[in-house]
Design a protein around this ligand. Structure first.
Ligand code: SF4
Length: 373
């Protein structure tokens, strides 16, 4: 029997219970229709909607179901409407209004296409969207448009960023990080520093969908860039975070632990806000066809919202339950003292090994309790 070290944050019953009860964020791919054909697209988007996408009535039934995640004033999950391009859904305003009427906050992840006009951005604000995300994958048009496969997308993204600022709509900018793009990150930061945004998220590539044609960083390089990003946070005019690289939490907390801060002190601070959130734990994904997976990057379907409650699938499916239990993880992540705060990308573990409970291959850390070290 493997002996698991008592991990940092192992005694956080309230927070662990919260993610057992409900995700913090539901990513909902309203359609896979999109005018772009990005080289790393998780959704393998196409120009027209796929047959079998959820109807308006089916989508509203899902919103009714989401409300039941909460009882007696517990917070409801936040909805991120994504795609494809959610602007391709003719019923978008109706769905946002229906979500807001039920007390569910909505953010939008539109594609940068001719549909994303200044008027469309002001309209988003008007219909009750709280924030949007935009993708900027390079510091210049040549690189960015090469990834997005449509000339002019780089300039259009910066214009959309400025229109959102003008409309008072907060923006998260997402930047893809791969073996070939990482060196450009400081220049991307310089570009973004000249604009207004709320948050910059570095998305560490997972080789699925069209992304399998691109190359992930090796663990040593990933560590270097995560360290760079963690130092940037002290001076950047916006918050810097990561997607699918939760060991960022190890890097930002290690200096504080070394300086003598206790785990309780760290968990009580703002740094702890995202602790533990990962695929299936605090996050869940609904595809355009209604399939439910632990995240958009972990394509293990646990059921479909057309015939089963999302609440039931999130809370009780065996896959989701195991993803919420870091002690069920295999290898280094399973014995790591950071597993409750981090836990590794379950999506990358699955992409590389076929087992979502395996270790995250992007992280080079040797846990203190690892019998291999
Ligand atoms: S070994 Fe796993 S749990 Fe530990 S820091 Fe790395 S990714 Fe996170």
């Amino acid at each position: 029997m493997t002996t698991h070290a008592v991990g940092i944050g192992a005694v956080r019953p309230n927070e662990l219970w919260a993610y057992e009860r409900a995700p913090m964020i539901i990513y909902w791919e309203l359609t896979n229709a999109c005018g772009l054909a990005c080289r790393h697209c998780r959704a393998t988007a196409q120009p027209e909607p796929a047959a079998g996408e959820l109807s308006t009535a089916e989508a509203i039934a899902v919103l009714d179901d989401i409300v039941t995640f909460s009882a007696e004033g517990e917070p409801l999950p936040h909805l991120v409407m994504t795609g494809g391009d959610p602007l391709k859904r003719p019923d978008l305003a109706e769905l946002v209004a229906a979500a807001n009427d039920r007390g569910i906050g909505v953010s939008l992840a539109p594609a940068v296409t001719p549909l994303l006009t200044r008027e469309a951005i002001f309209w988003m604000k008007e219909i009750g969207i709280q924030a949007i995300s935009l993708s900027l994958d390079a510091s210049n048009a040549e690189y960015h448009d090469g990834i997005r496969m449509v000339p002019g997308t780089f300039e259009a993204t910066l214009t959309a960023l400025d229109h959102a600022a003008e409309a008072g709509l907060p923006v998260q900018v997402n930047t893809l990080v791969t073996a070939t793009t990482a060196a450009d990150l400081p220049a991307v930061f310089d570009v973004l520093s000249q604009h207004t945004l709320m948050q910059w998220s570095l998305f560490f590539l997972i080789s699925i969908g069209r992304g399998s044609e691109l190359t992930e960083l090796d663990p040593g390089e990933a560590e270097k860039w995560l360290l760079w990003a963690s130092r940037l946070n002290a001076s950047a005019p916006f918050r810097v975070k990561t997607t699918e690289a939760p060991h960022f939490r190890r890097l930002v907390t290690t200096p504080r632990l070394r300086a003598g801060a206790s785990t309780a002190e760290i968990e009580a601070g703002p740094m702890a806000r995202g602790f533990g959130i990962r695929d299936g734990n605090g996050i869940v994904f609904i595809s355009n066809l209604g399939d439910v997976t632990p995240s958009g990057f972990l394509p293990v379907t646990v059921g479909n919202v057309k015939d089963t409650s999302l609440v039931e699938l999130y809370r009780n499916s065996a896959v989701m339950r195991s993803l919420r239990n870091p002690d069920s993880f295999v290898g280094r992540c399973g014995v790591c003292e950071f597993r409750n705060w981090c836990g590794g990308s379950r999506a990358r573990a699955y992409a590389w090994t076929g087992n979502p409970l395996e270790s995250d291959p992007l992280c080079p850390y040797q846990p203190k309790a690892d019998p291999q070290s």
